[in-house]
Design a protein. Sequence first.
Length: 329
Amino acid sequence: MDTVLSGIRSTGNLHLGNYFGAVKNFIKMQEENNCYFFIADYHSLTTYPTPEDLHNSVKSVLAEYLATGLDPNKSAIYVQSDIREIPELYLLLNMNAYVGELERTTSFKDKVRTQPNNVNAGLLTYPVLMAADILIHRSHKVPVGKDQEQNLEMARKFAKRFNHMYKVDYFPEPQPYNFGEDLVKVPGLDGSGKMGKTAGNGIYLIDDDKTIRKKVMRAVTDSGPTKPDSEVAEPIQNLFTLMSLVSETSTVDFFKEKYASCEIRYGDMKKQLAEDIIKFVTPIREKIIEIRNNNKYLRDVAELGAEKARQSASKTLKDVREIIGFRKF
Ligand code: TRP
C-alpha cells in the first residue's frame, strides 16, 4: 500500500471548486492508501499571522476538511507544528540544500519580485520544509496542484541527494499522485477559467445564503442566443456546469431547452442556480459550524492524528540520525 501525504495550506476556506475537485478525491484516496493529511501551519509564518489568526485559521481548515469527509479513523489528520520531528528533519535537509537552487525556484523569485522588503530565510527554505513534511513519512505519493510541482521536484532532489550521499536507499522519491480522469474542474463565476481563491470568483462552503445569491446573480453572462441551437458561450457553459453539479438533471435539461429555443432568461436560471447551491451547501455549512464549535472533538482528532504521525516520524528520524552518524557511545 502506498503512503500518500497531502499538505493543506492553513489559510483559506474551501470553495465549491475545492469541494468537487481535491476534497472528493481525498475521500476516495483515503480508502485505498495509507494517508497522511496535515495542516501546514509552520509554512504560514512566512507571512506573520497574528497568534489569533494563526490559531483560528488552523481550526477552520481542520473543521472544514472533517465536515467534508476526511476520516480521522482512516487517515492520520494532524497539525504540522504538533510534530517536532519535522523541524529536525528540516534542519538536516537544509545542510544539503544549496542556496543557489533555492533562489532559482519560481515561487521564491516571485516573492523577491512582489515583496522585496520581506525576503525572509523561511521563504528561501520553504521547499526544504516541504520536503521534510513529505520525507518524514517516506511518502510515495503527494497530490499537488500545478503551482506545487516544482516544490515536489525539489523534494525528489533532496531525497535522491540524501540517498546518494550516504549510499543508502532510504527515501523513496515522492511522485505526484495523479487523479487523472477524476479531477473535476469547477468553473468560476467570472466567465472564464477555474474557480479559485486568488481569482475571487468562488462560492465558499461557509458563505451564507445572501452572499451566495449575490455572487450568483452577479455572474458573467452574455447577450443571449440569437439563433436556435447556437453554440453555448463559455460563461453560460460555466453556469450549466455548476448547475449540473448541484441541481436535478430535469432542471439542467429545462434550461438547456430554453437556451436551444432562445427563450432563456439568465435571471431565472441564476435564481434557480443560487437556490440549488444553497440547498447543496447548507448541510455542509451547518456541519462545519458544528465541528468548529466542538473544541473537544477537534482536540481529540488533532491528538489522535499527531500520535499516528509521530509514530512514523520518530521512526524515520531515528533511522536518519543513525545513517548520518549521530550514534550512541
Ligand atoms: N506548499 C503547499 C501549498 O501551498 C502546502 C504544503 C506544505 C504541502 N507542505 C506540503 C503540500 C507537503 C504537499 C506536501 O499548497
